[in-house]
Design a protein around this ligand. Sequence first.
Ligand SMILES: [Mn+2]
Length: 289
Amino acid sequence: MLTLEIVSRVVTLPNEGRLILATDLQGNVRDFQALERIYEDAARKPGGAVLVISGDLVHGPELAANEWPDHLGTYYHGDSPELIRRARALADRHPGRVHFLMGNHEHAHVGGPVVSKFFPNEAERLESLLGEEGTRALRAWIASWPFVAMAPSAGLAMTHAAPHAPISSAEDLERLALAADADDPNDLDGRAIMIALLWARTTSSDRARAFLRALDDRLTVSIYGHDVAHRGFAIDREPLLCLSTSFGCHDGDKLYLSWDLSVHAESAAHVASVGLHPLYPEAAKIHRL
Ligand SMILES: [Mn+2]
């Protein structure tokens, strides 16, 4: 089927107001509701706010409490259909201000590799819950999601996974096909970029800086999720900041970023020391004693 909808894979955020950034909800409705409150409070303040959720919104565990392993953090029952409904409603309430980036779990619905985490085929499980019409709507929505959000004024680039993809410009991202092209079995470069973009757990400083430079030479820090940082964040090396807002963490360790978009970030350490906040401040006080 030929669609002529114009999508952009790189979204540029405004140069003022507040950025709220969260990662990897994986079907956790309660954590999403906590974020909704944080974002909508910020959006009501002078200057307003934008929200970025950097992929893997969907596909959570459906385990009973007594089957739950401790390494998955605080217990929850994944409910991706409900999370999708809430996410769309939030985006509709704040047109152009709420951005969902594609993660490897979303990519699995629109031509990407199968993901198995709690089910052998997570996309198939969710699509069976959504039914035919719900599946069509989800696929069409996800196909329009960007890969990258950037705030040049703040120096921040946001992606699902670590910025390992070898790109030389934003155009390289705009050109990428979601599904491997059946007419072009030799499109290995395109596929390699997609895999790096959505699956890399870390990268070198040089490679990260090349990725940032390719997008905009004002970018200084790369923020992403995909991997679990059990204490809420990890800085492997500059300019990399891995952030965990939900999946795999205990409530007291879950962090989100709140950043004034008119302030230019100097380094990942600067962003971590000034911009990270607990999703559940009360739990953080007890847990971090
Ligand atoms: Mn992921």
